[in-house]
Design a protein around this ligand. Sequence first.
Ligand SMILES: [Zn+2]
Length: 100
Amino acid sequence: MTDTNRCSAAHAEDPTPCVGPCDAVTILDGQGNAAAGCEHHGARMLASIDGARVEPGSVVGAATRVLAAADTIRPFCWYENAPRSEPGQLSAAENRARNA
Ligand SMILES: [Zn+2]
């Protein structure tokens, strides 16, 4: 079931609800697409798309928090049974720890 009340950064297969305003941040995918999102889904989207960037939205400080949170979130983290062994399947923080 699709919850149409969620922000546009929420992935269709991510079951989690929004946290805070749905336009707290804007996520740019590096391909010219932009999606307004809440902090929760903005961070998840940022962690999942290679080359994505976050820009400030309606909530002051949200973009900074999203950037920090995305660092520790695994790509497409809602796929709980996905393999997590390749660099592209791990969070940025995990990859840094591996290569330290
Ligand atoms: Zn959301």
